[in-house]
Each structure stands twice: as structure tokens, then as C-alpha cells.
Ligand binder design. Structure first.
Ligand code: HAM
Length: 421
């Protein structure tokens, strides 16, 4: 029996890797424009970190974590908790008041795999620690939107406010009272959730529950003055920056650490997996993890969902990489000459390739085509005898002579000059 990859864990084959490189590079460029610095944290963390941040009663912590029970460690299901742990552990706040950090890497959740939902998936995660201002919330959303626009994917931005420890309990009570009146119509999941985290009923996918919560009290009517002002400023700043959004009062997040602003970049092109990216504010989280009392906000984009979306939109295809020169050879002597030339060209920064297996000229020209070569240099016995290879421009099919009699270094330089002309 052949051994296959574990269910929900996917190989990233070269074409896919190429697209991801393009996405990551675009993200790094845009993040840098917003002053973000990269941080890399380990895959494994103490299990307690996630229990204390994401929340004991969340789906992630309750049933989706890959935990080594005997060792008390877990493969990270997300990056926020790890970044905050590192921030606190290294006392980063002592050096400067506001930190803008990002990380790109694999996360692990034991969910039921389906299109756009994997057990090992990849996030591009951004966190701004130490900034209270609503303008920062809007700036982060604008950055996410800029990245998605640059990648050519169409999504919509939805925003909400989840209030703070001062106003959320009041809302929770109102919602509980409403849910209690309609308990029989709720799905079994929501009936169970109701007492642990009633807000989760607001984004239940069950049709009955969806209908029912339409008339439930809105969190936006329960916000305290500070939270309301904050939300108004977030919306005003988004307007100023020209970022389109829709307020969705039913948006609650699956992680417990959020306060005030939450947001999601959503699409209807990926079936049930609507969120391409999501995030929000977590003002009490650093303190909760025994760190300094600093606010924070961040979001993460899901790489696999981005890739799927880009695949659906052909103009977002990244250009295929090109080979500057393919050297087609006939005979051992020609191959020896070519191998030295190819190596020198690579040293000079060109992408060069050749065939070592003694295939026919026709087969080698096909290979040059597959490699998307701009030029091909043909060296057969005749060419060696008169010390002149044939250089073919693969676009125009124009041919010219290339001298093979110069010292190798000079040949390489001459070729580099010809190809960059
Ligand atoms: P999240 O909503 O759990 O938030 O995940 C963010 C994004 O990761 C989702 O919108 C989705 O694109 C992607 N994602 C999540 N689970 C999967 C999966 N099983 N397969 C494929 N993609 C997935 C967080 O993780 C927060 N840490 C975001 C954040 C950062 N909040 C503040 N800072």
C-alpha cells in the first residue's frame, strides 16, 4: 500500500507554491509600507496559552486542537496568542510604545476538512500592539483591503463591535432573556451554547436560529459611550480612506478574546467557507496573559482560501517563471562546454538550464519551451568544430552566432550582456 498524506494535510506542489510565493511577497511588500515587522514564533506552545486566550469554551480549544496531552503542549491553532506570548516574554513594550508585527506560517485545527478548510492551513497574521486609536482599526482594515485588491480578489468587508467588559454583560443579559423566550425554536447546539456563550447563537448557520435572531436585541444598541464613540470613529475613518464596508451586527467571532471592533473579509465564492480573513481588537488580552496592560488589534488572512479565490479569477494568475537561457547540446564535448557556461551564467545571476541525458535536439527544444526559455543556445558537433554556437531568440525565432572560442568567463559575460540587451 502506498503511503498517503494525512487527511486534511496537503502537499503544496510547485505551481501552488509559486502562487503562494507571489501572495506572500505581495503581502510582505504591503505590510512593510504600513511599518509592519516580521516575527516568527514556534509551532508548539504550552496548551494553557490557547486555553487562556482563545477561551476554554470555544470550538477551537474544546475540540480542534492538536495537543500532546502528556507533554502539555499544542500545535498552534492561530498566531495571535503566540505573538502576544513572545511580546510579553521578551518585554518588547519596554523598547517602543507601539509594535506592528506580522507572521506567515502554518496553523493546525482538527476541523472536518472540506473545500477551503484544512487541518494544516496557513495564515498571514498581523498584530498591532499598544494602539488604542480607532484610526488604527480602520488602517488595518484598509491594509487588508489593499492587499486583497492588489491580488485581484473581490471580497466584502463586514464590521461589528462586540463592546467591552463594561457593556457586554448588559447585552448578554438582554440576549439571554430573548433566547430564553424562544428556547424551543433553537437548534440543540444553540440551546447548549446559550448558557456558556449566548453571543454564538447570533452567527448560527441553522435556518431557524438565523430567523429567530433577526429580532434579537442588537449589541450595537447596548454599547457604552466609549465603545460607541470608538465604533463611530472606525466607520468615519473607513469612509475617509475610501474603504467600503457593511455593518453586520450578527458577526461574533469564534475566539473569546475580542473587544470592540471585529471584522471579516467575506466572499460568497467559496461555499460555506465565507471568511477569507478576519480579526478584531483584543484590549484585555495582554493583561489576561499577565503582560502589560496594552490594547491590541489584528487579523489573519487564510492562504488556502485566497489561493482558491485567485484560481477562480484567471487574471490573478502570477506570471510563469522564465529561464533566461537553455543550452541544447549534442555530444559529450558540447555537454561539457555547456555545463561550465551554465554554471558561470548562474553565478552571474541568470537562470540557465541544460539537459544531461543525451536526448535528441527536438526533445531538448521541447524542454526549453516547457521551461519558458527566452533564448536557446545550440551546441552540436558542427558548432564545436567551428567554435560558434547558434543562439535562438525563442520569441522571434531569430538566430545569431555565439562565439565559443573566448575564455569561459568572457563567454559568460558576453552572453549576459546579450541577454540583458
Ligand atoms: P480565525 O477567524 O479563526 O481568526 O481565522 C482567520 C482566517 O484563517 C479565516 O478567515 C480563514 O481564512 C483562515 N482559516 C481559519 N481556519 C481555517 C481552516 N481550518 N482551513 C483554512 N483556513 C482557515 C484567527 O485565527 C485570529 N487569530 C485572527 C486575528 C488576528 N485576530 C486578531 N488578530
Amino acid at each position: 500500500m502506498k503511503i498517503k498524506a494525512v487527511n486534511g494535510f496537503k502537499d503544496i506542489l510547485p505551481d501552488d507554491a509559486l502562487r503562494r510565493q507571489h501572495i506572500e511577497q505581495t503581502a510582505r511588500d504591503i505590510f512593510a509600507r504600513f511599518g509592519m515587522q516580521e516575527i516568527r514564533t514556534p509551532i508548539l506552545e504550552k496548551t494553557e496559552l490557547f486555553a487562556r486566550s482563545i477561551g476554554e469554551a470555544t470550538d477551537i480549544v474544546e475540540k480542534e486542537m492538536y495537543t500532546f496531552v502528556d507533554k502539555g503542549i499544542t500545535m498552534r491553532p492561530e498566531a495571535t496568542a503566540s505573538i502576544l506570548r513572545a511580546f510579553i516574554e521578551h518585554g518588547l513594550h519596554v523598547r517602543q510604545p507601539v509594535h506592528r508585527l506580522y507572521t506567515i506560517g502554518p496553523m493546525f485545527r482538527h476541523e472536518r476538512p472540506q473545500k477551503g478548510r484544512l487541518r494544516q492551513f496557513h495564515q498571514m497574521d498581523v498584530e498591532v500592539i499598544g494602539a488604542n486609536e480607532p484610526q488604527v482599526d480602520a488602517e488595518l482594515m484598509a491594509m487588508g483591503q489593499m492587499l486583497l485588491d492588489t491580488l485581484g480578489v473581490t471580497v466584502s468587508l463586514e464590521i461589528n463591535s462586540l463592546g467591552c467588559p463594561a457593556c457586554r454583560p448588559g447585552f448578554r443579559d438582554k440576549l439571554m432573556a430573548y433566547l430564553n423566550q424562544h428556547k424551543e425554536s433553537l437548534c440543540p447546539d444553540c440551546r447548549r451554547r446559550m448558557n456558556v456563550n449566548p453571543l454564538r447563537t447570533l452567527d448560527c448557520k441553522n435556518r431557524n436560529c438565523k430567523d429567530l435572531v433577526q429580532d434579537a436585541p442588537s449589541i450595537l444598541d447596548s454599547l457604552c459611550n466609549d465603545c460607541r464613540d470608538h465604533f463611530v470613529s472606525v466607520k468615519q475613518t473607513l469612509d475617509l480612506l475610501g474603504v467600503a464596508y457593511r455593518v453586520n451586527r450578527f458577526m461574533v467571532r469564534g475566539l473569546d478574546y475580542y473587544t470592540r471592533t471585529t471584522f471579516e473579509f467575506i466572499t460568497d465564492a467559496l461555499g460555506a467557507q465565507a471568511a477569507v480573513g478576519a480579526g478584531g481588537r483584543y484590549d484585555g488580552l495582554l493583561r489576561q496573559l499577565n503582560g502589560p496592560d496594552l490594547p491590541g488589534i489584528g487579523f489573519a488572512l487564510g492562504m488556502e482560501r485566497l489561493v482558491l479565490l485567485m484560481e477562480q479569477q484567471e487574471d490573478a494568475t502570477p506570471p510563469k517563471p522564465t529561464t533566461d537561457l537553455f543550452v541544447a547540446v549534442l555530444g559529450e564535448k558540447a555537454a561539457e562546454h555547456a555545463s561550465i557556461l551554465v554554471h558561470r551564467l548562474r553565478k552571474l545571476g541568470l537562470t540557465a538550464a541544460m539537459d544531461y541525458s543525451g536526448r535528441s535536439l527536438k526533445a531538448q527544444m521541447k524542454q526549453a519551451g516547457r521551461l519558458n526559455s527566452r533564448f536557446t543556445l545550440i551546441i552540436g558537433e558542427d558548432e564545436l568544430a567551428c567554435n560558434e554556437g547558434v543562439l535562438r531568440d525563442m520569441n522571434t525565432q531569430e538566430q545569431s552566432k555565439f562565439s565559443l572560442s573566448l575564455p569561459m568567463d568572457e563567454q559568460a559575460q558576453h552572453m549576459t550582456a546579450l541577454l540583458s540587451a
